[in-house]
Design a binder for this molecule. Structure first.
Ligand code: NAD
Ligand code: MG
Length: 390
């Protein structure tokens, strides 16, 4: 039986992972499940799959979790340290589906014990790509991408030689405001930004899709994961979300991955790799879809996207600043302290501030340095917001 753990089990990616596990009774031995405030869900899943341990991110919820697990054999634990320890418990396959930089440490712990890491948590590659990849290599652990675009690129590269890759094209749906008049974007509400035209995802990534901060993270994720240069990555707006990514080769050939927008494909691919197995995803009917369209993203509509190249070209620990600042502006937008269009402006200011701090971005990428820079970036972002957005 394959031993697996799921971090962020109660979220959108976590639920989809559990759906696949549930369809294969007896195939998986669940070691650890983690969640946040949804104790009922976490406990129900932990009981159903007879997990060894269930962990909530919040220490104040430990007693609730214990109560919900009473009479079962599942151990209850709480807090970031407990999540890290659970990730270090031996497993063959670990799903990293916590949202935000909080996913970094569990991902590192999972590769340290040699597990195959199914990586949905793109933030860990953005803020500490070099560290995560180096740690995985040192422990002979494999990382498989779960982000749909990166799973698509990975699949288009099967049997290919990276030295023959000319470019990688990542598609973007364009998010909730793709067709809005530009001058209305400053009035966009949290509720409006939280509805995605094609994908059913967590609230944070859905808002990041509307601003294209999500695509900026994915561009950096692609550079880190596939080791290409920033100038080799392109983004295309593709409203139908059917073509997930394309890879162009030196001879002009382009290989692409198509499928209905359902994360169970990328999750299932990572779960069964290197095999392909049956997955309960809708089969593609191109005749019914009829048209696939593509456009260059408008920098005036998506100012966050261009920041990805600033981050990649600056290098060092800039990714940690970018991610930390992005997480905080999103908090501030959700709390209605800043407007939708302010998010990219504040992040750009925080990046400029960090670049001006002598030596800050050029330290060796250790976990401590990443966490320190992440902390400073959040602090500076809060300062900019408190001072009033220009
Ligand atoms: P979600 O908000 O639905 O779920 C997040 C999970 O993380 C929940 O289990 C929550 O309890 C947990 N969590 C939140 N804060 C935490 C913290 N501080 N410490 C520990 N656990 C915490 O998010 P999601 O949409 O499932 O996304 C998860 C990750 O997968 C993100 O990195 C996202 O970018 C990535 N991703 C998601 C999708 C998608 O379709 N949802 C697609 C591609 C990539
Ligand atoms: Mg994606």
């Amino acid at each position: 039986m394959k031993k697996i753990s799921i971090f962020g089990a109660t979220g959108s990616i976590g639920r989809n992972t559990i759906d696949l596990i549930r369809r294969a009774p007896g195939a998986y031995d669940v070691v650890a499940l983690s969640g946040g405030r949804n104790i009922e869900q976490l406990a129900a899943d932990a009981r159903e799959f007879r997990a060894d341990v269930a962990v909530t991110a919040f220490p104040e919820l430990l007693e609730d979790l214990r109560a919900a697990l009473a009479g079962s054999d599942v151990e209850a634990a709480a807090g970031p340290q407990a999540i890290a320890e659970a990730a270090n418990r031996p497993a063959d396959w670990v799903m990293s589906a916590i949202v935000g930089a909080a996913g970094l440490v569990p991902g590192l712990e999972a590769v340290k014990q040699g597990a195959t890491l199914a990586l949905a948590n793109k933030e860990s590659l953005v803020c500490a790509g070099g560290l995560l990849l180096r740690t995985a290599k040192a422990h002979n652990a494999r990382i498989l991408p779960v982000d749909s675009e990166h799973s698509a690129i990975f699949q288009a590269l099967i049997g290919e030689d990276m030295s023959e890759v000319e470019r990688i094209i990542i598609t973007a749906s364009g998010g909730a405001f793709r067709d809005w008049p530009l001058d209305q974007l400053r009035e966009a509400t949290v509720a409006e930004a939280s509805s995605h035209p094609n994908w059913d995802m967590g609230q944070r990534i859905t808002i990041d899709s509307a601003s294209m901060f999500n695509k900026a993270l994915e561009v950096i994720e692609a550079k880190e994961f596939f080791g290409v240069s920033p100038s080799q990555i392109e983004v295309l707006v593709h409203p139908q979300s059917i073509v997930h990514a394309l890879v162009g080769f030196r001879d002009g050939a382009v290989m692409s991955h198509l499928g209905a927008p359902d994360m169970r494909h990328a999750i299932g691919f990572a779960l069964h790799w290197p095999e392909r197995r049956d997955l309960p995803v809708e089969r593609l009917d191109l005749a019914a879809i009829q048209q696939l369209s593509f456009a260059t993203p408008d920098p005036a509509r998506y100012p966050a996207l261009g920041l990805a190249w600033d981050v990649m070209n600056r290098g060092g620990l800039t990714g940690a600043v970018f991610n930390g600042a992005k997480e905080r502006v999103l908090d501030h937008f959700i709390a209605e302290r800043i407007g939708f269009v302010d998010m990219a402006r504040v992040v750009a200011q925080t990046l400029a501030w960090a670049d001006g701090q002598a030596g800050l971005l050029d330290q060796t990428m250790t976990l401590e340095a990443v966490l320190h820079v992440d902390h400073l970036a959040r602090q500076e972002t809060d300062r900019v917001v408190a001072a009033g957005v220009a």
